[in-house]
Design a protein around this ligand. Structure first.
Ligand code: CP
Length: 326
């Protein structure tokens, strides 16, 4: 099965599933950002709810750990007035030998409308989308090293809230690019939205050999790579996906690639610092930077709710309908 196959659009080019940024147009990405903008105010109301997905049933299927993504998907669904089921995979029937497809058939029989899927295998969300009945939409909440499209979109939303346009921005992504589904989705989003330059910075062992054709410049020296950038995106070392010793000790890694006040000084004075989380203080980022005035890490978390509301309402075709649009 090719998980690159783009099954996420309807014949009239609307989002049906949200599985990867790859292959989506700038217009669709911009539509997600604009729709998310309209949902920001919901979180600032006394009653944080709108009735857009009332009567819909959304199933959170997380086969891998998550803090931010699972909870913000749940909050987003509840703020849209959907009913939410959180399946605890460790105590579900898949741990008793039931196949994934049989578990899904049972959830479909409960008249679900959407599956939000996180899985350690690349391609899992595509597999589920290909095997789901027509009325069910699937959102990829992170699959292996492949894609994490809603994370990338909440990152784009956060950048757009700090800068007037994408096209004059230099963005650096620093760290374990090789194992990062977030980096892959960010690179597709940044290049599609037309940023001036995307850089990836890291040791040779953590940069994929085929990354340059994606439209990025590779740096192995942190200071050179950060020179004059507007946005610094730090990534954690994904030790759970590393096979063999790709790195010296965490202390040596921090010496070469850790973001500190000193290394951040190479970026533009207006540069913002981002991280998808979870952060590892003293490994890829110092506490002074993570908690400092240029860090927007917690803004990213808040923005994740509005962006996930936008994606959920768009794939169910409910946002335009709620506004009386065609
Ligand atoms: N950024 C992110 O995916 O974090 P979680 O693993 O906590 O969901």
């Amino acid at each position: 099965m090719s998980y690159r196959q783009n099954i996420q659009l309807t014949p009239d080019k609307k989002l049906k599933h949200f599985l990867t940024i790859e292959g989506l147009s700038r217009a669709i990405l911009t539509d997600i950002l604009d729709t998310a903008e309209t949902f920001v105010s919901v979180g600032e109301q006394a009653v944080k709810k709108v009735p857009i997905l009332r009567g819909k049933t959304i199933v959170n299927l997380f086969f891998e750990n998550s803090t931010r993504t699972r909870t913000t998907f749940e909050l987003a669904a509840k703020r849209l007035s959907a009913d939410v089921l959180n399946i605890n995979i460790s105590v579900s029937a898949t741990s008793k030998g039931e196949s994934l497809l049989d578990t899904l058939r049972n959830l479909e029989a409960m008249q679900s409308d959407m599956f939000v899927v996180r899985h350690s295998e690349s391609g899992a969300a595509h597999f589920i989308a290909q095997n789901a009945p027509d009325h069910i939409s699937v959102i990829n909440a992170g699959d292996g090293c492949h894609a994490h499209p809603t994370q990338a979109m909440l990152d784009m939303f956060t950048i757009r809230r700090h800068f007037p346009s994408f096209n004059q921005l230099k963005v650096a992504i620093v760290g374990d690019i090789l194992h990062s589904r977030v980096a892959r989705s960010q690179i597709h989003a940044l290049t599609t939205l037309g940023v001036e330059e995307v850089r990836v910075i890291g040791p040779k062992t953590l940069i994929p050999t085929d990354v340059e054709p994606m439209g990025v410049h590779v740096y192995h020296d942190l200071r050179q790579g950060l020179d004059d950038v507007d946005v610094v995106i730090m990534l954690r070392l994904q030790n759970e996906r590393m096979q063999g010793a790709l790195l010296p000790s965490p202390q040596e890694y921090f010496q070469s690639y850790g973001l500190t006040e000193n290394t951040l000084a190479y970026a533009r004075p207006t540069a913002i610092v981002m991280h998808p989380g979870p952060i590892n203080r003293g490994v890829e980022i110092s506490s002074k930077v993570a908690d400092g005035p240029r860090s927007v890490i917690l803004e990213q978390v808040t923005n994740g709710i509005a962006v996930r509301m936008a994606v959920m309402s768009m794939v169910l075709g409910s946002y335009a309908a709620a506004r009386g649009e065609k």
